[in-house]
Design a protein around this ligand. Structure first.
Ligand code: SAM
Length: 678
């Protein structure tokens, strides 16, 4: 379990943030008795210490692919915004020198903060820098709720993303998987904050800086010149020097990681080998199969990262499960036993809200694509009420995120989305080309540059370098050798005439969900039919939905008994045994089983060998009925893995969504057939 996942809001110390404002209007921590930035000129200090001494401008002039920064201490976000501004300038210069297609530079900034400032405090602090006003506003629009854990923010048109982790530095670093190209060590002075500047910090830095691609070694810069920090960095493998400090300070520290410096360490350093992403491929073309929510989000995220995407679907865009007229954009969060689920869905939910707004605009009443009318998750039984109470007690979410009401939990920012409209908007990108075609098989070619041959029903054959399968449960039909324990679960919706229906300001959700009407119709459902592939509408399933309608309250009884049914729709969800999606590369089943057979004797003894993964093949499936929430984050995870960007989710979450988890688990449980080890 993650070090961060159990943390309640209180444990990131949002409540304890002790901050005062100096006479000059600068934020000062009373807890550490230290200002957040230089009293002389914080912006110039950031540029001097972190940007210049990590040589960012020089490196960005020729850098290929994602550039990843890790900062300790997000504070007011000044360092991040100053870096963003410098990156904008570098990117502009790059775009003048080379075509936008050649420039695939992307800045991924990860910042860790134990005592996050509120949005209001951030606004006040950053108002000191009018030159950053536009960027400040852009950041504030996505600044997350102050809940512990990972938050992923992104501005793809500017080729920049921010993973903001509200946690202690030491806990957060354990949850990162790298790569890192520049370290910003901020975080109050070592004398005032000795708990942050520990040996553990330097060890984690060594772990994350190791095994760089040639020419992409991590650099480090910090405002302090404390000898303890210098020794720590040297011990971690950094060659350090002492440039002059900013604004009259005698010295600061800067350096570069060299693998041969510092102590020996095993190549994987206690990391599960299957967590190491395959090396990014040279080609920047991707074929995505399946144009539902998972496929369209994947295509969009990859296109924004600079890939030319061919999106293929036999039926068209959003024709299967993603073709339901309305879906609830909200999450049913687990109580304590499934902390990783909650962490995943909380991060996914925040990103999904930003993403749907970016695609479909504000969710006002006129919007036919989505409406942020709120979702009421009713405590429709004693069991559900107890589950909700347990969740609230453990997580203590801020009421702006989840409000506790007498009748259940209310998600004020949530609402409903028309998935097909969202999919249509997602594919509107110059790097995405949609093709309606039926793929019949996918065959390995044995070639390094184009490892896949795609065969179509039309008889056409085509080679491909990177393929993403996003065809939900149908992935099994294409990937016959893969270890994919997914199931399809039938779901029937019932459409009701909304005339004389009770007023309905929010989406209601109990055993079924129902959104406020559109075009005079209510959409109620869906049923949950296991082992059932019937595509016909059934009266018995309409009746099940109507029975669930009664759980919405007394005012719905009449509607449930009078025949108002005007239609329905059958779809199939793709679910996994642990109800988390599957995103990432696939294991080469037999070689993988052989390489990790040892796990069947002792699951803690992980062989330190390279994990046999299939080159150039990824899946993004298993979203169940929560694709509206889970698909945007999974698309980002996928792009991180394909481009070699540092992950936007914790290592614990990454491990929990990688497709290979089921094979690993079943090897350990001795459930993998014997012939797989031959
Ligand atoms: N980089 C910031 C900026 O641009 O505004 C200023 C950073 S301020 C000098 C130091 C930050 O480190 C504070 O926000 C503080 O809460 C955070 N911090 C201190 N100890 C920490 C720890 N152990 N884990 C995470 N954050 C910590």
């Amino acid at each position: 379990m993650s070090e961060i996942s159990n943390a309640s809001e209180a444990s990131v110390n949002t409540a304890n943030l002790a901050l005062k404002w100096s006479e000059a209007g600068l934020p000062v921590s009373t807890q550490f008795n230290d200002p957040y930035f230089s009293l002389k000129n914080g912006l110039a200090e950031t540029d001097y210490v972190f940007i210049q001494h990590n040589q960012l401008r020089e490196r960005w002039a020729t850098w290929q692919g994602p550039f990843c920064v890790i900062e300790t201490g997000f504070g007011t976000g000044l360092n991040f915004l100053a870096t963003w501004r410098a990156f904008q300038q570098s990117n502009r210069q790059r775009n003048q020198q080379e075509s936008a297609e050649e420039n695939d530079l992307w800045l991924h900034f990860t910042s860790i903060e134990k005592y996050p400032l509120s949005k209001e405090q951030l606004t006040q602090a950053l108002a000191l820098w009018p030159e950053l006003a536009d960027l400040t506003q852009t950041l504030l629009e996505q600044y997350p709720h102050l809940t512990a854990g990972f938050h992923h923010l992104r501005w793809p048109e500017q080729r920049i993303s921010l993973t903001l982790i509200f946690a202690d530095v030491h806990d957060a670093l354990k949850e990162l998987t790298g790569p890192v190209h520049a370290w910003y060590l901020d975080g109050f002075s070592p004398a005032k904050n000795p708990e942050m500047w520990t040996d553990e910090l330097y060890q984690q830095m060594r772990h994350l800086s190791r095994n760089p691609q040639p020419g992409k070694e991590a650099s480090v810069a910090t405002f302090t010149a404390a000898s303890q920090v210098r020794r720590g960095l040297q011990g971690a493998g950094f060659k350090v020097h002492n440039p002059e400090g900013f604004g009259g300070k005698r010295h600061m520290l800067a350096g570069v990681y060299h693998a041969q410096c510092g102590p020996e360490q095993p190549p994987y350093f206690q990391q599960e080998p299957w967590l190491i992403a395959p090396n990014p491929r040279g080609s920047r073309e991707v074929t995505v199969i399946g144009a539902g929510l998972a496929g369209c989000h994947s295509a969009r995220s990859l296109a924004e990262a600079g890939f030319k995407v061919t999106l293929i679907d036999a039926l068209g865009i959003a024709q299967c499960a993603s073709g339901n007229p309305q879906g609830g954009l909200y999450v049913k969060l687990a109580a304590d036993d499934k902390a990783t689920h909650t962490d995943f869905y909380l991060e996914a939910y925040e990103l999904a809200l930003c993403s749907v707004k970016a695609q479909l605009g504000d969710g006002d009443e006129q919007n036919l694509g989505w409406q942020s009318c709120g979702v009421m998750q009713l405590a429709s039984s004693e069991k559900e009420a107890a589950r909700q109470a347990q969740f609230i007690a453990i997580r203590q979410p801020p009421s702006a995120l989840i409000e506790v009401r007498d009748s259940g939990l209310f998600y004020p920012q949530a609402g409903w989305v028309a998935p097909a409209r969202l999919c249509e908007a997602l594919v509107q990108h110059p790097n995405i080309r949609f093709e309606q075609a039926e793929l019949t098989s996918l065959n390995p070619t044995g070639r390094d540059d184009t490892p896949w041959q795609l065969c179509f029903a039309s008889g056409e054959q085509r080679s491909a370098s990177t393929v993403v399968i996003a065809t939900a449960w149908q992935a099994k039909e294409l990937l016959t050798d893969a270890y994919l324990p997914v199931k399809n679960i039938r779901g029937q919706l019932t459409y009701l005439d909304a005339t004389s229906a009770p007023a309905m300001p929010h989406v209601l959700c109990a055993n079924s969900y129902m959104a406020p009407p559109i075009a005079g119709q209510l959409c109620l459902g869906a049923t949950y039919n296991l082992n059932d592939s019937n595509t016909e509408l059934r009266d018995s399933d309409h009746q099940t939905n109507l029975d669930h309608l009664k759980e919405f309250g007394d005012e719905w009884q009449l509607m449930a008994t009078h025949n108002k049914i005007v239609g329905g729709r059958v779809g199939f969800r793709c679910t996994t045994p642990d109800y988390l999606p599957m995103v990432g590369p696939l294991a080469d089943t037999r070689p993988f089983a052989k390489a990790f057979k040892q796990l069947s004797k002792n699951s803690k003894q992980i062989p330190q060998v390279e994990a046999p993964l299939i080159p150039g093949l990824f899946v993004n499936i298993g979203h169940g009925s929560r694709g509206l929430v889970s698909a945007p984050l999974c698309a980002e995870i996928l792009t991180d893995l394909i481009t070699g960007r540092s992950s936007c989710v914790s290592r614990t979450i990454l491990e929990a969504v990688l497709p290979v988890r089921f094979l690993v688990r079943d090897i350990a449980r001795r459930k993998v057939p014997n012939d797989h080890y031959d």
